[in-house]
Design a protein around this ligand. Structure first.
Ligand code: ATP
Ligand code: MG
Length: 249
């Protein structure tokens, strides 16, 4: 039998997120997509350099469009309430990266990329996918995104190119509709394999809720992996602003 038959392209999932902190909803989404789409590997990609994260209702202008991958910066003179202010900030990239490594270390099919945190400038998904395609030329990429992020995908930078760089898998998330008929006509007109929907076990967990819990001394056990609970405590992440104002320099 011939041994020079072309190898099938490696099927690689890409799970992008702020991961502040990574939680079991992210891990279940990646695991379920890996199983259902026979992926060889899922690469988790924490977002990069902090920049001003604007609320959904505030987004405007080309610099702010890629909302799901954007992150914010501590602003110690912001007059808003602490909870509101905390929801607009992001922890240092190294903390988010390390929590993602800790959370994924036990799964041989999961890995973590620094591609976004090592790139200068704001994080846009199109750059993530360009860079991963360049380093993994033989791979077929499957970008995994929750139903909430999917709703805004047409506002991401260079959204048409996104679908040339990867297949997209939209996964269900409690509180959001995962129904192609709710998406814009542009998305509905894509070839079927380019954007697929997958119902996954419903975990009503968000990083926002985990941060609020940690800030108020409520448990995050079993919402995030044990090692991440311990890392949050060790690094005193998400504590009220006045007690950790030296956290970000
Ligand atoms: P935050 O509350 O800070 O926005 P998050 O919980 O939404 O955090 P992100 O890092 O913003 O987490 O999300 C990364 C990706 O994971 C997004 O595509 C998001 O839709 C998806 N995701 C997050 N939580 C869940 C969940 N519980 N179920 C399914 N998908 C999820
Ligand atoms: Mg989010």
């Amino acid at each position: 039998m011939s041994t020079d038959r072309p190898q099938a392209r490696r099927r690689i999932g890409v799970m992008g997120g702020t991961f502040d902190p990574i939680h079991n909803g992210h891990l279940v989404a990646a695991s379920e997509v890996a199983h259902r789409f026979s992926l060889h590997e899922v690469i988790f990609v924490p977002t990069g350099r902090p920049w001003q994260k604007l609320g959904e209702d505030e987004g405007s202008g080309p610099e702010d469009v890629d909302q799901p991958r954007s992150v914010g910066q501590r602003d110690s003179v912001d007059p808003r309430s602490e909870d509101d202010q905390r929801s607009k900030e992001v922890s240092p990239a190294e903390d988010r990266y390390l929590m993602t490594v800790i959370a994924t270390a036990s799964n041989p099919r999961f890995s973590v990329s620094r591609v976004d945190i090592d790139r200068e400038g704001n994080t846009y998904t199109v750059d993530t996918l360009r860079d991963l395609n360049a380093t993994l030329p033989d791979a077929e990429l499957f970008f995994i995104t929750g139903a909430d992020a999917l709703e805004s995908i047409l506002s991401w930078q260079n959204w048409e190119e996104l679908f040339e760089l990867a297949n997209f898998i939209g996964v269900s998330r409690p509180g959001y509709e995962l129904n192609a008929s709710h998406l814009s006509q542009h998305l509905q007109d894509l070839p079927p394999e380019t954007l697929q929907m997958l119902e996954i076990p419903a975990l009503a967990i968000s990083s926002t809720e985990c941060r609020a819990r940690a800030a108020h001394g409520r448990p995050v056990w079993y919402l995030v992996p044990d090692g991440v609970v311990q890392y949050i405590a060790k690094r005193r992440l998400y504590r009220p602003l006045r007690s950790n104002s030296a956290r970000v320099s």
